[in-house]
Ligand binder design. Sequence first.
Ligand SMILES: [Zn+2]
Length: 413
Amino acid sequence: MGRDDLRSEIPNLVSRLIQIPSVNPPGFTINVAGFIRDWLNEHGFTSEFREYAKDKPNVIARVGRNKPVLILNGHMDVVPPGDDSKWTYSPFSGRIVEDRVYGRGATDMKGGLAVIMTVFAELAPLIEKQGSGTLIFSATADEETGGHPGVEALVRDNVLTGDAAIIAEPSGSSRYYIGEKGLCQVKLVTRGRSAHGSLPVLGENAIMKLIRAISKAEELISEFNSGIKIPSELVNAIKNSAEVYLEAAKASGLNLTLSDFERVVGTVSFNPGVINGGSKINMVPDYAELELDMRIPPGVSPNQVINHLRSGLSSIADIEILDTSEPNYTSPGETIARLVHEGIEKVLGAPPKPVIVTGATDGRYLRARGVPTVVYGPGELALAHAYNEYVTVDDLLKTHDVMTYAVKRFFGV
Ligand SMILES: [Zn+2]
């Protein structure tokens, strides 16, 4: 097939990928990986399977030689479809209706996979012939449950390492993600002394202590937030992110403002998620605990937040660490970020918007390894994991064209 044919085939390719379920859990990618390997083969490329968990192979194809090395990445697993009856078209139908391809994974992210497969097939021969560097295609496993036998393992084994990466998760055609917040999940534990509920004066109530600890923790975090310095090169991205979340909130009828979202993206968020304590109504409880979820912006480390909480709460509550991850970002000045930015401007004539997201992608493993990574692909965040998920043909073609621009410039072909 010629290059124009491949581009116009993208919607059909998305549809075919949707028709091969790869629901996570359990997250078996074996069938969709087989399809991708065969597709690459038909287009003249060999690829290899790298399997770190049974029936969850990753597919890697590589062309060219030497530096620079550019990685194209997408995950193959999708979240469960939920209640089938809530779908207008069956979740694995891949139905194309007018300008939309419907199905589980259309946006997150079989649309993006089809785009990077196509860009790879179109540009690999050129890059190989000119000897202008190395292009790696990677379709990976288990992103929806942490990416451990996927991108994390491939980065650790030096399979995915290079000078830049594009992950085709859904950003929409005029936005691109340059960073994401980190995670800081802790447990606050208070202890008291039990007594009969009719004589609380004899005991020490752990639930009342926990309530005080939660208020105090909230104060401590807001005090911490007032001293946060966001790296100046990210100020614009935080404003753009606030706009994205505001748009989504308005669509669901919530009355929030831009500054509400600027605050939540640019500071440590505070969400008491689970509370436990006490055993009987007529007992003074001697134990209570809270699971607290905080998301932290670039420029802050989970340890700073934990230390601040510990020093302020030492007399009331103990703090146990549940899970942490560092926030991460790629400077907007990095080559790959500049090229995607420029592509949106020149190819689409749209104002490009760098964004920081509040959730995590596989990009964190690449950035932790020092690989500048941009997330750019078709679809909208609001449609990921939703019923009647779809991707528009327009978005598929636009992101394809911008990505083509960025990859060509990256290699000078
Ligand atoms: Zn995704």
